[in-house]
Design a protein around this ligand. Sequence first.
Ligand code: ZN
Ligand code: ZN
Length: 353
Amino acid sequence: MSTTIIQPDSPTGPLTSYRAAVVHEFGRPLTLDTVPAGGLTAGQVRVRVEATGLCHTDIHAAHGDWPVKPSPPFVPGHEGVGVVAELAADVTEVAVGDRVAMPWLGYACGHCDHCMSGWETLCLEQKNMGYSFDGTFGEYATAYARYVVKVPAGVDPFDAAPLTCAGVTTYKAVKVAGTRSSDLVAVFGVGGLGHLAIQYAAIAGGRVIAIDIHDDKLTLARELGAEFTINALEEDPIEAIQKLGGADQAIALAVAPKAFEQAYGSLRRGGTLVFVALPADNEVKLPIFETVLNGITIVGSIVGTRAELRDVFALHAAGKTTVIRETRPLADVNEAMADVEAGRVAARIVFTP
Ligand SMILES: [Zn+2]
Ligand SMILES: [Zn+2]
């Protein structure tokens, strides 16, 4: 791994400004602006961004889709990977020149019940990268040293970017689902998240069923280890999966409430449904009677911890996972968002700043 020390742009002092993609108003195109860098406060690092993935969450952020909204103007992006360029005086966790990943969980308090029990993702004091503070859609980003994760040697930064959200989120979802060898795992939605969920479910020993409405994505799913695929426009996934005996676990990754209901219906008795995707339409209709009688578990799963992101990077460094992504310049952010929304992207777009 390169050990080149990357210094701040100006030899006379810290960085003063950089280019970034900014949301000025919900639902309007982002603009590429020069933004002030600002000084680092205690615990912070400045990272020169090499690669930053486009997650559906960034699109929801830019649209102001969810009940808790970011406050424009802001810079989205939480799949950022880059090299540490500057440190606040008190930082000991990383050094200038380290390659780090900047995930959604940008900061947590470190001492509440959740943080203390390894559930920092539930911390009420958490701050989210690209949502409650400026994210990684820029030449630089400011992060908290304690919540960045070092990217190991041998992991390509353009692979590391999607692993930083899509990877850790689906790795955690499979963990929460409790997949064990020979379990039948239904993965609803084969996009940026789904293509990785299939691989983590297979690594855990599961037999994977992939469900999508695009045939090219189902072809990709088979290449990545799905044993069965279902095009939900051509056949009823509930019927097809029940014919296979019903899913032990179903993971809902498609941003459509209907897919959640289909995922529920695909379960066998005693099965587990994991909610991961966050559709703008925030309602699903599920029956109480069948949930009780069939002993169904429904669980929500939000991203993953720093320790889990380390696991994700270790699996990738060991050659166990494949990241499907295409690279585009950050200047094309609006077109890229439109393509993701229209389902025109195989898996993940990764921007170069
Ligand atoms: Zn994300
Ligand atoms: Zn906490």
